[in-house]
Design a protein around this ligand. Structure first.
Ligand code: UD1
Length: 338
């Protein structure tokens, strides 16, 4: 019989891929989402790929009673917990809103999981939980500290889960994402942010399609190869593969015995902003209109991770080349042009 997994999914883009990957790997998935930052259109995309509809419930995790009803309907084996607001910039303006959503939403989920004796959980954490004092490549053992409320919510939830492992026999894998970039090669899953994107790649593509005039490159005076910021970009297909492997790791653990593990999820390949622009220009064959402006407040110069632990323990290795990611993203942006 198929194992059933609950996916908490407030922002959609990553978990559309996750749902497809877990269904294709033989699990039954059930999605809960309050649709604050996403829409049901990704469900249509998922249906086109899978050929059937997945079970979906529109609910807010903080609504414990509604959540209980879902837990009553299914015999969940475990949970993939992605739900949460995810913009560091926004979180600085809306700290209490972030704490309320991310912390209380998670607390309510953990409480209901515990009531129904569902203990396995893969938690989507973030590179935002690392202190800016660390020297890249960042290791899992490096110092954790945060610079914004979003990061603080992720760090606190990691700590809560650590205690729930100790006290309530939760079995936990925390995945600290570096910079996910996303598009699905089928062309069917896509969730276009309605607002002007903050992230580099979506911005570059919107400039290329003519929707935005030019890209602002935030600073060229960092101590990096060309003065621009360096990041570790990981394709969403690889990111989801890490989740599948993380879940399988949980399945190898003895029932009712606590477990808590953490992995960086990145590629260890770093890329500057100018290198990213050049890579896109090469694949797409068009020039990106950009100008150098001042540094963006709160940006760190260099962020990339040491992937030794996830490579060795989960046998995980990022597979999708940057060129392939760019091709897929470009297909989406042109596919979505009216
Ligand atoms: C942001 C989030 C982080 C999230 C990550 C991936 C912040 C502080 N952090 O990180 O939590 O995990 O996205 O979703 O927002 N850049 C430009 N021009 C632009 C946009 C970006 O030059 O218009 C530069 C940035 O200065 C940076 C690099 O591109 O050097 C990547 O930026 P971005 O995609 O926003 O990611 P992060 O800042 O790493």
């Amino acid at each position: 019989m198929k194992k059933t997994i609950l996916i908490t999914w407030w922002t959609g883009y990553i978990w559309s891929h996750g749902v497809v990957a877990f269904e294709q790997a033989g699990y039954k998935t059930v999605i809960v989402d309050n649709l604050v930052n996403s829409s049901k259109t990704s469900l249509e995309g998922i249906k086109k790929i899978l050929g059937y509809q997945v079970d979906f419930f529109e609910l807010d995790l903080r609504n414990k009673d509604a959540l209980r009803e879902v837990f009553q309907k299914y015999d969940f084996d475990g949970v993939l917990h992605f739900a949460g607001l995810k913009s560091p910039g926004e979180s600085q303006k809306e700290a209490l809103y972030y704490f309320d959503n991310n912390i209380w939403g998670s607390m309510s989920l953990f409480e209901v999981m515990n009531e129904f004796w569902v203990k396995k959980i893969v938690f989507s954490s973030s590179a935002n939980t690392y202190s800016t004092q660390n020297n890249p490549p960042i290791k899992e053992t490096d110092i954790q500290d945060t610079t914004n409320p979003y990061g603080t919510t992720k760090l606190l939830i990691e700590k809560i889960l650590r205690d729930l492992s100790n006290c309530n026999a939760f079995q936990v894998v925390n995945l600290r994402y570096f910079n996910p970039i996303w598009a699905h090669s089928s062309g069917n899953i896509w969730e276009e942010p309605e607002w002007i994107p903050n992230n580099l790649f979506p911005f570059i593509f919107k400039v290329l399609t003519g929707e935005l005039k030019e890209l602002s490159v935030y600073g060229d005076d960092y101590k990096t190869i060309d003065g621009t910021g360096i990041r570790d970009y990981i394709d969403v297909v690889d990111l989801i593969d890490a989740h599948l492997k993380a879940y399988k790791l949980l399945e190898t653990q003895k029932e009712n015995i606590w477990y808590n593990e953490v992995f960086n999820v990145g590629t260890w390949q770093w890329l500057s902003v100018l290198q990213a622009i050049q890579a896109v220009e090469k694949v797409v064959g068009k020039k990106v209109n950009y100008k150098i402006v001042d540094r963006r407040e709160g940006d760190i110069p260099i962020s990339y991770c040491d992937t030794t632990k996830i490579n060795n323990r989960l046998w995980f290795q990022a597979q999708v080349s940057l060129e392939k990611s760019i091709e897929n993203m470009w297909r989406f942006y042109t596919h979505n042009q009216k």
